[in-house]
Design a protein around this ligand. Structure first.
Ligand code: NAD
Ligand code: ZN
Length: 364
């Protein structure tokens, strides 16, 4: 499957399928990636062990000069320390303005390698090769960043890739928990944009968690399509793009309070989406918004109850630090119906606090 992210002269293709990495040589050349300058594949230790050899070999046989750099797996690699180290490797191996960076991995590698590409020599080309389900989200749209000890994704840029190569074969080695966490963002794309896709996810949940290639290929295609449509309309998050943050206001706070690792990003936003649905009902939406949201998330094996040991005060404090807390009011993405969301800029913090408390009692 193929689709295009429409961004004028910065438009780029996304290829999704089994074995698309075998075509990397031609696809890179079509997109103007130079063979005269070395390119650098950035990946993490888990992905390096499983998929780096294959991609490096495909590109080397196609005539590219390949440099590889491996970072430790995990969120802590999205740091200025790793950025500096990777730029050191790039310089030592003679990367130049015509070089490209290839991000082979999940969202951590995509965000980090993308920011290397955005900042090295004021910006060089880059290619996203997502290897997690979650990365269907992070690899499309051009937001790249590293973290600061005080805030996630706070040092970043908009830097669109030249292409996205999504090989379903690489997903077969994903741990089960990462599969489910990634499906959270897939469901999110249905919830914000396409009610019939939410129904489809419900009906195909077992196939998705079993990594059935047909179901997975379709789900990732749909997820990427929604992301691409939203980004095409609002690349720089002036307004519409904010709808992609459904579940993220609460979700980010949970990640921060729980400490990265206890809750995966997708798990945290699953709980956050249930919270947003509860909020929607309190603001007048039909009860169905809540029941359907919760049901489909549970069908793909995601948590819906907020761990009771996370202190409500700390969660509230973490939410206030979030970038989406603007001008004294809390911005919330509220699902008004399945497949439809609105940006509500004046949700009271006391109502959010109530919702957080309710999420700790969520029946499972
Ligand atoms: P991740 O990159 O850490 O990958 C999850 C785990 O799976 C890691 O341990 C990784 O080593 C392992 N892994 C990756 N591919 C594998 C494979 N094929 N086989 C076996 N193991 C594999 O995390 P993620 O969930 O992909 O991404 C989360 C990150 O994405 C967060 O930092 C988040 O901020 C970012 N994100 C960015 C955007 C954006 O628009 N830029 C959007 C959503 C999320
Ligand atoms: Zn997310």
């Amino acid at each position: 499957r193929e689709l295009t992210v429409e961004l004028g002269e910065r438009s780029y293709p996304i290829y999704i399928g089994e074995g698309v990495l075998d075509e990397a040589g031609n696809l890179f050349t079509e997109r103007g990636i130079s063979k005269k300058s070395p390119l650098m594949i950035i990946t993490d230790a888990n992905v390096a062990e499983r998929h780096l050899g294959h991609l490096a070999e495909v590109l080397t046989s196609a005539g590219f000069t390949v440099v590889t750099a491996v970072v430790p797996a995990g969120e802590s690699s999205k740091s200025l320390t790793e950025l500096e180290r990777l730029i050191g490797i790039a310089l030592e191996h003679g990367l130049d303005r015509k070089s490209a960076i290839v991000a082979l991995g999940g969202g951590v590698v995509g965000d980090l390698a993308g920011f290397v590409a955005a900042s090295f020599m004021r910006g060089i080309k880059f290619v996203q090769v997502p290897t997690t389900i979650l990365a269907h989200d992070s690899s499309v749209g051009g937001k790249v960043a590293v973290n600061h000890p005080l805030a996630k994704n706070i040092i970043g840029a908009f830097h669109q890739p030249e292409l996205v190569l999504y090989d379903l074969k690489t997903l077969q080695t994903l741990p089960e928990r990462e599969v489910k966490a990634g499906l959270s963002e897939v469901v999110k794309h249905g919830l914000i944009w396409d009610a019939s896709f939410v129904t489809w996810c419900d009906e195909n949940a077992d196939k998705l968690t079993a990594l059935d290639p047909d179901a997975l290929g379709y789900a990732l295609y749909k997820g990427c399509s929604v992301k691409a449509a939203v980004v095409s309309k609002d690349e720089r998050e002036n307004d519409l793009r904010a709808i992609l943050n459904l579940g993220h206001t609460i979700g980010h706070a949970l990640e921060a309070v729980a400490g990265y690792g206890e809750l995966l990003h997708g798990e945290a936003i699953a709980i956050g989406m249930v919270g947003a649905a509860r909020l929607a009902v309190r603001l007048g939406a039909s009860e169905e918004v809540y029941t359907v949201t919760k049901h489909v998330l549970q069908r793909v094996g995601l948590p819906v109850r907020l761990p009771a040991h996370l202190a409500t005060d700390e969660i509230m404090r973490a939410m206030m630090h979030d970038k989406k807390f603007q001008e004294g009011t809390m911005v919330f993405i509220v699902p008004t119906a399945i497949g439809v969301v609105e940006i509500n800029k004046s949700v009271s913090t006391s109502l959010i606090r109530e919702i957080v408390e309710q999420l700790k009692q969520e029946a499972i």
